[in-house]
Design a protein. Structure first.
Length: 446
């Protein structure tokens, strides 16, 4: 079975390699981490061969979620080194910038046995934590053979992926047997995982770590100072209307720009911050805004000593969006007007912002439904509906405040997954027994 899987993934890799080659040449993607993806990590990443905890976080969202666990793991397992891997370049950049308390960051290896074993030889994990639902058969099998404990953290089985997993249920059941514990975000995801063949004794519903990964709300004056700093940094007047469209995909920006034109009818000085999901689309989105007749500038080109005299700012940096949400008047979360499954709505909710999203929220269905049921967000059905809802909210400050307050209240009510997840990890690998009795090599300090 594993040989067939490896052959199929190799054939798939060969077939899509022209696309990766184009991405590498056009956008400089994948090149920098190729050696690491082949299992050739710098020896210096674990020079003394210390045992470790390895967290895999695919991209930006998973990296930010992983922050919730890192302090607790450090406290419970002080003798282990702590490593984080990512799949995407954006995730790598954010991890290096936002994860200060880790010992090393590297690219996730291709899932072929000889490569994952090469990586394991250097990382030497005692515990492997994989964020959300990243199921890699050869790596999990190799971990099982080496006695490495494995935990799927913040797991979810979306309505989009569930039918695909069911098609390969016999294979999937065997792979799931190599995972020691599953910490699932919701009862629905737990039910789907059990139907796919997971051992019920290994599955726990811990809730979503995304709530715990958000910074706790500061007291009012500190929060105001934080917002003021962002406003000053971007030279935006405190009373200026700011619409943020976050994580947008192709097909959404045109609708947002059309809606923004209507917004300008009721707020003439309104500013739109457009944050495309994929960095390679920054130029394309900038052209769309210019062609729509708006004065447009990229975030990286903002003047440092004056308020931007533009209508649209294209956020062409990685990792700044979450911080910018605090200056928004209204937030639209992308990936939801087109059929892409939606994106995370929790970051703007933590700042108490009124949130709009489209009809396609399959990847965040439980969270989206909870927000809608509690009057903490509004769902739009089309580009026309987005335009109407934006204008209606802008002319109704009471409704804005109500949505924002409900969103923030939901964040606070749903914290707690961190401690439940760490309890599962402790049960699997008791901290008192996790230390090593071997003498650590002497390290020469220069």
């Amino acid at each position: 079975m594993y040989l067939l899987y490896s052959l199929l993934t190799f054939v798939g890799f060969v077939l899509v390699s022209p696309y990766f080659l184009y991405q590498a040449m056009r956008y400089r993607k994948y090149i920098g981490g190729l050696r690491q993806r082949l299992g050739y990590l710098p020896v210096s990443i674990n020079l003394d061969g210390d045992e470790s905890i390895w967290i895999h976080a695919v991209s930006v969202g998973e990296v930010l979620t992983a922050r919730a666990l890192i302090p607790g793991l450090r406290e419970r397992y002080p003798r282990f080194r702590l490593f984080v891997s990512t799949t995407t370049m954006a995730g790598q950049q954010v991890a290096k910038r936002r994860l200060q308390d880790v010992d090393g960051i590297f690219y996730f290896p291709f899932d072929w046995a000889f490569i994952v074993n090469r990586t394991l030889d250097i990382v030497k994990p005692r515990l492997f934590l994989v964020m959300e639902t990243e199921i890699w058969p050869n790596l999990l099998r190799a971990c099982r053979a080496r006695g490495v404990k494995t935990v799927l953290v913040n797991g979810r089985i979306s309505s989009r992926s569930y039918p695909r997993y069911r098609l390969v249920r016999p294979l999937f059941r065997r792979v799931l047997a190599d995972v020691d514990r599953f910490c699932m975000q919701s009862e629905e995801s737990k039910r789907r995982l059990l139907e796919l063949g997971a051992d019920p004794a290994r599955v726990t519903m811990t809730g979503s770590l995304k709530f715990d990964s958000l910074d706790a709300p500061a007291e009012a004056t500190a929060q105001a100072r934080s917002r003021d700093r962002v406003l000053r940094f971007f030279h935006v007047a405190a009373n200026r209307t700011v619409i943020i469209a976050g994580s947008t995909l192709r097909g959404e920006e045109a609708a947002v720009l059309r809606a923004f034109r209507a917004v300008r009818g009721v707020a003439a000085d309104a500013l739109l911050i457009l944050a495309p999901r994929h960095p390679e689309r920054f130029g394309e989105v900038e052209r769309l805004a210019v062609e729509a007749g708006f004065r447009t500038i990229r975030r990286s080109e903002l003047p440092i000593d004056a308020e931007p005299r533009v209508d649209v700012v294209v956020l062409d940096t990685v990792g700044e969006l979450a911080r910018l949400y605090q200056i928004a008047t209204i937030v639209f979360v992308g990936g939801s007007l087109v059929d892409a499954g939606g994106h995370n709505i929790l970051e703007p909710a933590a700042f108490g912002k009124p949130i709009l999203f489209g009809p396609h929220m399959q990847n965040f269905r439980e969270i989206a439904d909870t927000f809608l049921a509690n009057g903490a967000a509004r769902q739009v059905q089309s580009a026309d509906d987005l335009e109407q809802r934006l204008v209606a909210l802008l002319t109704d400050p009471v409704r804005q405040a109500s949505l924002g307050a409900a969103a923030r209240a939901l964040i606070e009510a749903n914290r707690g997954a961190r401690e439940k997840t760490l309890a599962v990890v402790e049960d699997l690998l008791p901290p008192g027994k996790a230390g090593t009795d071997r003498v650590l090599p002497f390290r020469l300090v220069q």
